[in-house]
Every structure is written in structure tokens, then in C-alpha cells.
Ligand binder design. Structure first.
Ligand code: ATP
Ligand code: MG
Length: 217
């Protein structure tokens, strides 16, 4: 990519996306709009370090669902960078890879739910992360803004102003709830794009197998 075509402001939306849902999509679009981002790149995680215990659905399926969910938005892209990488995926490695690809002039914004940003303090190389990108944290139901404010003093001084909060419509949607609903024959319609719902149905994702083992795809 040459410098002429390099976009100035890029959003990066990391997640397990197991499955992707309207909470993710509304958040990404709100961030794009409020921060005038040229695009938002969805990055489905490979082997998430924080979900070691829970067996995550095969990366290829999560990637395909993310592609299906985002194709109708010309500002959305999906990256295979984490799923094609060996070993655990650390956000800092992903951000640094995008930094190398886009060069020093591009402003990178990592978009997360506000609950996830609280975990930032436990992430590897948080100082470096805050130097390389800014954060856009969307509030989600039940999240107390003051909890984030309280955690800010623990962040490196020069990094604190690089965390921005946005409000998104109260979407109490989570992948955990969607997986639970499928498993328990509850409707998931209108919680996620129809194409993703059809994909889940056709592959039989999140359904208990006849032998009682929960099928991870
Ligand atoms: P799970 O229930 O399996 O943890 P999830 O719904 O939280 O799944 P993730 O893939 O873990 O989805 O989340 C990716 C990112 O999207 C995280 O930064 C998370 O905070 C954010 N996010 C998830 N759901 C919402 C929502 N309803 N509104 C705003 N942000 C969300
Ligand atoms: Mg989550």
C-alpha cells in the first residue's frame, strides 16, 4: 500500500465474534461516525488468551460469519491477521501489525466495549499499546462509567487522554446469550444479521450434539 492511498483514520474492532451480533455492528458504526473513521476493520481473534477455558468455535467459521455480517457496509472490512497467526493472539501484536502496514501517519483506533477496556490494565504491553493506538470504548448495559474513570489513574499519564468513551444504544446483546439461546431452542432473530442466523442454522453451530457434547463447530 503506498502513502497516497493510506487512510488517515482506521478503526480496529477486535473480538471473538462467536457469533458476531448487532451489538458489535452498532458499536463499530457509531465509532466510525463519531470519529470520522475512513474504515473499520473487524479482526476475529485466533486463540483468545482470555478465553482459554472456553472452547471457541473454529476460527474459519467465526471469520465467515463476520464477513457475512459486514459485507453490506462499504466502510467495514474483515482481517484474517489474527486467525492466520500461530499461538495466542495479543492485541498489542495485532495493533503493531496494523501500525507497520499503515505507517506512522495513520491514526489507529481500537474499538471495544467499555467492559473490555477495563481489562486493558491486564493486557500485555499496555504502555506500548497506548502509544500505538487510541481507544474508543462503547458503554454497554450495566456498565458504570465511573469504573473506567476510577481505573484511569492507573494508566500511564501520557496514555489516559487516548481513551474515548462513546454511548451506543443500549444493546443487551451478547454472544454468550446467543449461544445459550441456540442451545435452548430460543429465537435469535433480530439479534444478529439474518445471513449469520442462517449460517448458524445450516452448520448446526452451538447445538448440543446427540452424544451430549456441546458442538464447537
Ligand atoms: P461473549 O459473550 O462470548 O464474551 P461478546 O458478545 O462479549 O461475546 P466479543 O466477541 O467478546 O462479544 O466482543 C468483542 C468486542 O465487542 C468487545 O470489545 C466487547 O466489549 C464488545 N461488545 C460485545 N457486545 C457488545 C454490545 N452489545 N454492545 C457494545 N459492545 C459490545
Ligand atoms: Mg465478551
Amino acid at each position: 500500500m503506498n502513502s497516497v492511498t493510506r487512510p488517515g483514520r482506521v478503526g480496529i474492532m477486535g473480538g471473538t465474534f462467536d457469533p458476531i451480533h448487532y451489538g458489535h455492528l452498532v458499536t463499530a458504526e457509531a465509532a466510525r461516525w463519531e470519529f470520522a473513521l475512513d474504515k473499520v476493520i473487524f479482526v476475529p481473534s485466533g486463540r483468545p488468551p482470555h478465553k482459554k477455558d472456553y472452547q471457541v468455535t473454529r476460527a474459519e467459521y467465526r471469520y465467515q460469519m463476520t464477513v457475512l455480517a459486514t459485507t453490506s457496509n462499504p466502510y467495514f472490512e474483515v482481517s484474517r491477521s489474527e486467525i492466520d497467526r500461530e499461538g495466542y493472539s495479543y492485541t498489542v501484536d495485532t495493533i503493531c501489525a496494523f501500525r507497520r502496514a499503515y505507517g506512522p501517519q495513520t491514526q489507529l483506533y481500537f474499538i471495544t466495549g467499555a467492559d473490555a477496556i477495563l481489562e486493558i490494565l491486564t493486557w500485555k504491553d499496555v504502555d506500548r499499546l497506548l502509544r500505538e493506538c487510541q481507544f474508543i470504548a462503547a458503554t454497554r448495559p450495566g456498565f458504570q462509567l465511573n469504573r473506567l474513570e476510577e481505573s484511569r489513574p492507573q494508566l500511564p499519564v501520557e496514555g489516559r487522554h487516548r481513551i474515548h468513551l462513546i454511548e451506543v444504544p443500549a444493546l443487551a446483546i451478547s454472544s454468550t446469550d446467543i449461544r445459550w439461546r441456540v442451545k435452548n431452542n430460543q429465537p435469535i432473530k433480530y439479534l444478529l444479521p439474518e445471513a449469520v442466523e442462517e449460517y448458524i442454522c445450516s452448520r448446526g453451530l452451538y447445538r448440543p450434539r446427540p452424544d451430549g457434547v456441546y458442538d464447537k463447530g
